[in-house]
Design a protein around this ligand. Structure first.
Ligand SMILES: Cc1cc2nc3c(=O)[nH]c(=O)nc-3n(C[C@H](O)[C@H](O)[C@H](O)COP(=O)(O)OP(=O)(O)OC[C@H]3O[C@@H](n4cnc5c(N)ncnc54)[C@H](O)[C@@H]3O)c2cc1C
Ligand code: FES
Length: 277
């Protein structure tokens, strides 16, 4: 019998740890059929996680299947579901629906130089892109990671920065709006750092994720710098209910973020981004 896509699989939390202030990493190992459903998934896909008694919410899958068993989710505490998840610990059970959405066309990106721009928790769905490129390094050109947060304690995946910096033809550039006394990287908005780093536009694909206002200004600047809209990718967040293209909650023009996205290129959504602000 086909699995009802509205019915969550069960998953066990095998790792729960602080990633940044009010942001936790949850590693989930699937049971009751979920292991087969999540045997493969693409960078950029997402899943609904339920905290029993609180409801469910969508989160980007923050790892790649090839790096071992389990699904990683980086969850920022915001409201009822995310607060419920933050109260859970290792050994607890959650519900998981997915994998959902389209993901990044990593095959199409082969041979391209990648510029990855992550703002705050928006770094979560970009981590699998970085992992995939590092694990298939010769398939891709230069990898430029431009990573931002409001404050240093809000930067995600800090323990992985050395691995990223050490990879061939890979650079990492960090910025925060408000530094602390130990901060010795850039201070200012991600757009200011992007102009300073000025990655080459030739043969480049850009991938941006972060708060709507960051996506809006960053994509405008990328276009002004000469990056081609057809190669400027974004991953978007929208309010969602079903995640299956049925309820109409997540529409962006004629598209549904849950099934047509969350990954889009600027040719598809450029003129609609303002409605997201
Ligand atoms: C495809 C996708 C991927 C996502 N990936 C991640 C991720 O990796 N990590 C992560 O922490 N979050 C992610 N989110 C956002 C996450 O789904 C919301 O933070 C979550 O739904 C909040 O649920 P809650 O019950 O805790 O908050 P609620 O109680 O529902 O809301 C608390 C407050 O936040 C506002 N709010 C809730 N959801 C959104 C939203 N989507 N956009 C703007 N405001 C909102 C509400 O209006 C309210 O003011 C993603 C969302 C989508 C659609
Ligand atoms: S969340 Fe229901 S159509 Fe997208």
């Amino acid at each position: 019998m086909n699995h009802n896509p509205m019915k969550p699989y069960l998953g066990k939390l095998v790792e729960v740890r602080d990633l940044a202030t009010e942001i936790k990493l949850f590693r989930v190992e699937m049971s009751n059929g979920g292991s087969e459903a999540f045997r493969t998934f693409q960078p950029g896909q997402f899943a609904f996680i339920s905290s029993f008694g609180q409801g469910e919410a969508p989160f980007g899958i923050a790892n790649i299947a090839e790096r071992g068993p389990g699904l990683d989710f980086a969850v920022a505490r915001l409201g009822s579901v995310t607060s419920g998840l933050h109260e859970l610990g290792e050994g607890d059970t959650v519900g998981v629906r997915g994998p959902l959405g389209n993901g990044f066309p990593m095959d199409k990106f082969k041979g391209k130089n990648l510029v990855v721009l992550g703002g705050g928790i928006g770094g979560a769905p970009l981590r699998p892109v970085i992992q995939h490129v590092l694990d298939h390094r010769s398939d891709y050109g230069a990898l430029t990671i431009i990573w931002a947060a409001r404050r240093p304690d809000l930067l995600v995946f800090t323990e992985e920065y050395d691995e990223w910096r050490a990879a061939p033809d890979t650079s990492l550039h960090l910025t925060v709006d408000t530094p602390d006394e130990k901060w010795d990287h850039n201070v200012g908005l991600i757009t200011q750092l992007l102009e300073k780093v000025a990655p080459a536009t030739e043969n480049a694909v850009t991938i941006t994720c972060g708060p709507p206002v960051m996506i809006f200004h960053t994509t405008r600047l990328l276009e002004k710098m000469g990056f081609l809209p057809a190669w400027n990718y974004v991953t978007l967040e929208a309010r969602m209910h079903c995640g299956l293209g049925k309820c109409g909650r997540c529409n962006l023009g004629e598209k549904y973020v849950c099934v047509d996205g969350p990954v889009f290129n600027m040719v598809e959504v450029g003129s609609l981004l303002e409605t997201f602000l």
